[in-house]
Design a protein around this ligand. Sequence first.
Ligand code: MG
Length: 196
Amino acid sequence: MRTRIITDLDDVLVKSMPAFIYWLSKELGKRVHISDLLSSNPEEFFSKYGITLTHASVDAQKQFFSDERNLENLKPYGARLDRLNCSVITGRGYEVEGVTKDWLRKNCRFEGVVIMTNWDSEYNHKKSDYILRSSPDIYIDDNAQILAEIRAMDSERRTLLRLVTRPWNQCSLRGIKDESYIKRVKGFQEAVSQGV
Ligand SMILES: [Mg+2]
């Protein structure tokens, strides 16, 4: 049976953060630098710009990722999904499902299942639950917290967890030993090739 893969979308397949940072700079009226993410965790990053992570930054991200005009022309990392047994999961809302599927078709040759978990729905914080329920062979995300949640609950180690290294998660996973079950990768392609 082919390896079953579920992957996160933004900042794994899509270069979303640079566009979000650019948009945020315009919204705040001050220049936000992506390099500020290099040495800080998200809380420090957002507090530097006077945004509290729990409310305003989530609102800003929600606003950015709910607007089709922001999402149409985002740049891809270059992954192709057409030969894989792969589904895509995202925290984006249902209102951008169409533009999200179009983007994946155009940039990743992807015609498969997109799981919209929606910022506003009860499922927003249950991305990890979804992965645990479906137990794919590999799960890929740039969010270390979600991977840590899955790791804590997946006692049988059924799903290989892969953290795509990005500037904002360099400090994460410090307490977790790198092992075959959970480890960092440079990108989607590396995650896929390791898991087969
Ligand atoms: Mg992501």
